[in-house]
Design a protein around this ligand. Structure first.
Ligand SMILES: NC(=O)C1=CN([C@@H]2O[C@H](COP(=O)(O)OP(=O)(O)OC[C@H]3O[C@@H](n4cnc5c(N)ncnc54)[C@H](O)[C@@H]3O)[C@@H](O)[C@H]2O)C=CC1
Ligand SMILES: O=C(O)C(=O)COP(=O)(O)O
Length: 385
């Protein structure tokens, strides 16, 4: 029986992918083989040795101590693209809310009384005159699963779209509308956009991506949309821009206490991925991936180990995670040879500092062999499935 601990609400459709004859959702982390999580902060959590996989039912993994878990051979999965449409739709809503001053208009109407209501509305509506999106420029920072969808949808609304992503994938490039203008750098994007939307992961290189230097080049009154992570926007630059009006609106899915009441801020409670569809998509994708890893050792969509899949072809499968350095395969196969074990088929792949092997063998695999493999310098985890 595999034991799964959930650290957030995971959609029932996802959990139903883990058949109850073989899987149990447990209360105690101490018993778990795998963890399913959304945005719970896992940095302070010490995972027990029993946990071999973490499945993030979503995109961002900055709430997970990935580097630390890699050293323990724990495979961290996410669900790329599974919630991208939900975020795209909320970005579109944010642009419309901002451009038509709907946020202020709604609170104006909710403050009215029946007394002369119609006259008041007709007299005051001029306060909320807005702009149309068509013809305005949207800058998209980060053209991954979400950014590409946002860019294409904005083009369909008649906007001019300029994008920036120094590491765009070939798949992303195929999916992106050819009308999207390629910015030569962030400054060109910042200087020419009426709306700027951020869709990058929070990494050391993206922290404070929008800072005082960026503020000095943006168009006055620009709308910033942050459905990425709080740390992407430098707080001092943001405050300065909001106070002097250079930033006309700031729509954020990651509100900060000191800015939620600012008249130029529209703060949302991290709603980007909160649709039933996205919650199901993410949970199903990540549950399937974790299950295939637990049962077959296959890896798909891991952020720290390479995608590795091999059809089962023999009696037993040995799964070895190790550091990506010379002579690891040599040492692994040597140990198998010494134990008289013949390899039926084998697959090795690497990703950054880590590598992973699937080794199918027809002979019986004893505990001594596994212990010896675990003892090789650079081996992070060994499992028989
Ligand atoms: N508000 C919400 O509920 C949600 C927020 N997110 C956030 O959005 C982020 C992006 O999500 P996806 O598009 O699904 O991820 P993704 O991995 O498909 O795309 C991220 C893109 O950012 C690009 N990038 C990285 N560094 C960059 C830089 N310095 N400048 C420009 N581009 C850069 C990458 O090359 C990649 O194409 C997530 O990491 C997460 O933080 C994701 C889903 C829901
Ligand atoms: O997928 C992401 O990166 C998100 O930010 C969504 O977070 P959530 O799963 O809604 O807690």
């Amino acid at each position: 029986m595999y034991k799964i601990k959930t650290l957030n609400n995971i959609s029932a459709s996802g959990l139903s992918r883990l058949p109850s004859e073989r899987y149990e959702i447990v209360d105690e982390l101490e018993q778990a083989d795998a963890v399913l999580v959304r945005s719970a902060d896992m940095h302070p959590i010490e995972l027990p040795k029993s946990v071999i996989a973490v499945g993030r039912a979503g995109a961002g993994t900055n709430n997970i101590p990935v580097a630390k878990l890699s050293k323990q051979g724990v495979v961290v999965f996410n669900a790329p693209g599974a919630n991208a449409n939900a975020v795209k739709e909320l970005v579109l809503a944010s642009m419309l809310i901002s451009a038509r001053n709907l946020h202020d208009a709604l609170s104006f109407v909710s403050g009215l009384t029946a007394d002369h209501m119609e006259e008041t509305i007709e007299a005051q509506k001029k306060r909320f005159v807005g702009n149309e999106l068509s013809g305005r420029t949207l800058g998209v920072v980060g053209l991954g699963a979400i950014g590409v969808r946002v860019a294409n949808a904005a083009r369909a609304l008649g906007m001019r779209v300029i994008g920036f992503d120094p590491h765009m994938t070939v798949e992303g490039a195929w999916a992106l509308s050819s009308d999207v203008i390629k910015a030569s750098g962030l400054n060109e994007l910042f200087a020419s956009s009426d709306f700027i939307s951020f869709h990058v992961p929070l990494l050391e290189g993206t922290r404070g991506l929008f800072n005082t230097a960026a503020l000095s080049v943006v168009k006055s009154g620009v709308t910033l949309m942050n459905f990425s992570r709080d740390g992407i926007i430098d707080p001092e630059a943001l405050k300065q821009g909001l106070n002097d009006g250079r930033i006309g609106r700031y729509v954020s899915d990651f509100p900060k206490a000191d800015l939620i009441k600012h008249p130029r801020v529209i703060a949302l409670p991290h709603l980007g991925a909160s649709t039933h569809e996205a919650e199901e998509n993410c949970a199903v994708m990540v549950a399937d991936q974790v299950r295939d890893y637990l049962e077959n050792g296959n890896i798909a969509n891991s952020v720290n180990f390479p995608s590795t899949r091999m059809a089962r072809g023999a009696r037993s499968r040995i799964c070895v995670a190790n550091l990506n350095k010379p002579n690891m395969i040599g040492q692994l196969t040597h140990v198998l040879g010494v134990h008289g074990i013949n390899i039926a088929q084998m697959h090795n792949a690497s990703k950054g500092e880590n590598a992973y092997n699937l080794v199918d063998v027809d002979d019986e695999v004893g505990i001594e062999l596994l212990t010896e493999l675990r003892g090789i310098d650079g081996v992070l985890s060994v499992r028989l499935v």
